[in-house]
Design a protein around this ligand. Sequence first.
Ligand code: ACO
Length: 333
Amino acid sequence: MTVPHGSSVILSGIGAYAPEAVLTNDALSRMVETSDEWIRTRTGIRERHIAADGETTSDMSTEAARKAIEDAGLAVQDIELIVVATVTPDMPFPNTACFVQKKLGLGKIPAFDLEAACSGFIYAMDVARSLMLVSGYRHALVIGAEKLSSITNWDDRTTCVLFGDGAGAAVLSLSEEPEVGILDTLLGADGTETGILCVPGGGSASPSTVETIERSLHKIHMQGNQVFKIAVRVMCQSGLNLIERAGLTSQDIDLVVPHQANTRIIEALSSRLDISMDRFEINLDRFGNTSAASIPLALEEAYRKGRLKKGANVLTVAFGGGLTWAASLIRWH
Ligand code: ACO
């Protein structure tokens, strides 16, 4: 199908899903040697949602997707493409998007996963948008979903306090209204830093054995300090570069929806971008870091609160394992 020249891609619907169970800092401090005070002051996190046993990434994705499709005023059968961003697929293969396709009762439309850790949702939006503008898909489902509790080492206090589960979804739709929707995206990665944030076991480099499991190599390993420093640098740079590339200034940005990893990272971003904290959407106090689900969960909250008004310039910016980073500029339709 030919796409009319000047078409844009808008987020026509948004949905989110948070598992019912909530794990508070106090409850965590009964599991490992930590405290509510340490977690709150170092990260800003108070609690996180944890998926039930047997509840999968595709289950959460499907719930969020249903809400996004309803919000867009579409029927499920209008969806022509599914991209799921996740580091916690239901299985190594088939991809999670195929499970979502089946659970939604969709036809034989293309469905695939994309793995860029916490930057995954912005990467996935850009890939879906590009496919839509080139190949003419009219409505695509882009989902960021994680069951990080399944790869968290619950004995490691330096990581287990950070993560949570959830899913967010957006329906991307072609629009003939110019200059709205996703205006521009900046993607990047630094493969020299693969070792500072990873799940080292269970892949082809180190297939699962009794020994890899005993050493918890199938769980998240992170050098928090290193990640923190690089996160601040790359998030600030990509945010600033994107604003400049669009011919805008910080003052033109109505809302920033950052990856929700740590309040101190977001405060550094606020200061370097010269955008006050009241123009940031923050939900990490209640969700922790949900990796690829983080941005769509926060975007959905901003939407529900009425912060995404027509014409608003919204900056999303993320970093994650890889290391990867990504920023996108969305003008609300
Ligand atoms: N409770 C109590 N004490 C703790 C805890 C805890 N949960 N965790 C660490 N400590 C201790 C450490 O052992 C250390 O003690 P020491 O000084 O006696 O050695 C002390 O607290 C300070 O530890 P630091 O690691 O220096 O603490 P820092 O201020 O750097 O905060 C944190 C750690 C929160 C992890 C921070 O580095 C951070 O947020 N990093 C970025 C993490 C991130 O965003 N990762 C993205 C992952 S997402 C993805 O792609 C899946």
